[in-house]
Design a protein. Structure first.
Ligand code: PEP
Length: 274
């Protein structure tokens, strides 16, 4: 069922924006991609932990699989949580090269990035497989961070909303409102990832608001008001505060700037719970 513009507007007005009572604690996650060896990762989080002690937000780092054990141990006692960059939906079996969620929980992982554009672009990830991963991550009691976002070509063709709509519907298919409410979504325009091009705060806020309206349509206003939606795409210390101040931007998914402790810490310090 598709809603009319008036119905969507009515829902939007009921949605809780990021007000002092929204309860949406900002979440900043560093996606290290295929960077940092285990010992380099350990050094990075040791430096980071000291820098973000007073940060007023939730913070996570997502190292590559082989680094999770060593980085996780180094994080012990800090406020930084351990995230994985992906996970497979089967519990065990003949799936060479894949990693089961049970293996991640044993290492202390609490969040899992799913549907990152690089997985979609280079590894054949589809909305269906992203949905299977989301279900499995939730079933294991972990938090999925579901990434969505349009390519440059799609943006130039005016398809941003349609692409994000399809990816959110597909990724969240068959999930209940309470499951969705506990998830994190990340809007990452593909053209802004690793390019130094960042969406304007107005562009980013608009898409975040469209995503929240869609969540209200798929579930209800309280669910939409509970979901944290991160922005990702060339977030740096000098643009983070403005982006994070937008009413529907509840944190950041950070790539390049997460590889330097001082830069990532500066982004974390820019995110403030209201
Ligand atoms: C990302 O990979 O999710 C990302 C946002 O990268 P960057 O910050 O480097 O654009």
């Amino acid at each position: 069922m598709r809603l009319t513009d008036n119905e969507i507007e009515a829902i939007a007005q009921k949605i809780v924006a990021k007000t002092p009572s929204s309860g949406r604690r900002p979440i900043v996650v560093g996606n290290w991609k295929m960077h940092k060896t285990p010992s380099e990762g350990e050094a990075l989080v040791r430096e980071l932990a000291a820098l973000v002690e007073t940060a007023d937000c939730e913070i996570g780092v997502a190292p590559a699989y082989p680094c999770l054990g060593q980085v996780g141990r180094a994080l012990g006692g800090s406020k930084i949580s351990l995230c994985a960059q992906n996970a497979y939906w089967e519990k065990a079996g003949a799936f060479t090269g894949e990693v089961a969620i049970g293996m991640l929980t044993e290492l202390g992982v609490s969040q899992v990035i799913i549907g990152h554009s690089e997985r979609r672009q280079f590894f054949g990830e589809t909305d269906e497989t992203v949905n299977l991963r989301a279900k499995a991550v939730l079933e294991a009691g972990l938090v999925p961070i579901l990434c969505v976002g349009e390519s440059l070509q799609e943006r130039d063709s005016g398809l941003t909303h349609a692409v994000v709509d399809r990816q959110v519907r597909g990724g969240l298919a068959d999930l209940s409102g309470s499951q969705v409410a506990g998830m994190v979504l990340a809007y990452e325009p593909v053209w802004a990832i690793g390019t130094g091009k960042v969406a304007t705060v107005e562009e980013a806020q608009e898409v975040h608001s469209v995503i929240r309206q869609l969540l209200a349509e798929l579930h209800d206003a309280p669910t939409a008001g509970a979901v944290r939606i991160q922005y990702g795409g060339s977030v740096k210390p000098d643009n983070a505060a403005q982006l994070l101040a937008q009413p529907d931007i509840d944190g950041a998914l950070v790539g390049g700037a997460a590889l330097k402790a001082t830069d990532f810490a500066a982004i974390c310090m820019a995110a403030k719970a209201e």
